[in-house]
Design a protein around this ligand. Structure first.
Ligand code: UDP
Ligand code: MG
Length: 319
């Protein structure tokens, strides 16, 4: 069986259309499948619609979060609950074209454990999003221990064997692309052009995007912590040069320029200190969040635990 995992957040205009498109593609393949919607705390009609679909189509399953936990957590929940021998994660707004599903499956049948898709372009993304995205991948790849493919999306197929390992990664701040890149196994990529959304607007606010980018960098690397060290060395050198400058001026009986230099240096080093503290703070905040060891997500039904779904409980105890 193949599982298709789709996180949805306020996608009332898309879920039914997406279901119909996936159904058309899957009917052509002679393969059992499930389409698992993870409703990430939607406030519109999404919840009713996906449960309707689950009632009328035996391939569809729907779970609902008690609140919005974010795209990465919703994908993780879907992967937790998926029962397929391979799991495909994809967005529900048609930006990850269902027509590509057969290609992903074909690569899997050829023996690849992870088939990663890479966006060559996105139809409705503006200049700013393109530039910030390019900058982000340049930064992360220069400091990350494992490669992160530029333009990589969360549209991918993962085999049960690799999934089994992925599910042991239970951190809250998660950048799935980075984790997957570091898993190893046999990976391949396929390229696609992302069309514009079928309907509605992006559910990623600027704040969510920045947070996601920070998570990507900070969960993948500790290099930023070293920045303060290097800046410290640099400012030490500047300090020593200034000492020579002052001695020189004293010997030449010149007046040492004072006030302006002092203010500049104080604000310069003050801001460097605070920046260093800020970077350390970002890591400490994440350590604090992780150390609370709260569940990654919970559902909105009466127990909060996923129901009517076989879950391998050992998966949660051995992490
Ligand atoms: N999404 C989600 N939780 C969120 C934000 C988005 O589950 O907090 C879902 C959304 O419904 C969509 C997918 O994640 O299916 C990708 O989101 P979106 O299309 O808004 O992102 P973009 O394509 O603009 O980067
Ligand atoms: Mg989208």
């Amino acid at each position: 069986m193949i599982s298709i995992v789709t996180p949805v957040y306020n996608e009332e205009e898309n879920v039914v259309f997406f279901h119909d498109e996936v159904t058309k593609v899957m009917e052509k393949l002679d393969m059992d499948y499930e389409l698992l919607y993870v409703n990430d705390g939607s406030t519109d009609d999404t919840n009713r619609l996906i449960h309707e679909l689950a009632k009328t189509d035996k391939h569809v399953r729907a779970v609902t979060f008690a609140r919005n936990f974010g795209h990465q957590i919703a994908i993780t929940c879907g992967m937790d609950l998926a029962r397929g021998a391979a799991v495909i994660t994809m967005d529900g707004d048609m930006q990850h074209p269902p027509a590509l599903i057969p290609t992903l499956i074909k690569k899997w049948e050829e023996g690849y454990d992870i088939v990663q898709t890479v966006r060559t372009s996105t139809e409705d993304s503006g200049f700013v999003k393109k530039m910030t995205s390019a900058g982000f991948y340049a930064v992360i790849n220069s400091i990350s221990k494992t490669p992160v493919i530029p333009g990589g999306s969360d549209f991918r197929l993962i085999d049960r064997k690799a999934l089994h390992i992925f599910l042991k990664f239970r951190e809250h701040s998660r950048f799935i692309r980075g984790i997957i890149g570091g898993l190893g196994f046999r990976q391949t990529t396929i390229q696609f052009e992302a069309p514009a959304r079928h309907a509605g607007t992006s559910k990623f606010s600027m704040r969510k995007m920045i947070h996601f980018a920070m998570d990507g960098i900070l969960t993948n690397s500790t290099v930023p912590l070293r920045i303060a060290f290097y800046v410290g060395i640099l400012s030490g050198i500047i300090g020593v040069l200034l000492v020579f400058h002052v001695i020189y001026c004293y010997l030449m009986e010149e007046v040492v320029p004072g006030w302006a230099t002092m203010t500049i240096l104080i604000s310069l080093f003050g801001s460097m200190n605070l920046m260093g503290l800020g970077i350390i703070g970002e890591y400490i905040g994440r350590i604090y969040e992780e150390s609370k060891n709260r569940p990654l997500y919970w559902l909105s039904d009466d127990t909060g635990e996923p129901k009517n779904i076989e879950i391998d409980e050992t998966r949660f105890t051995d992490v």
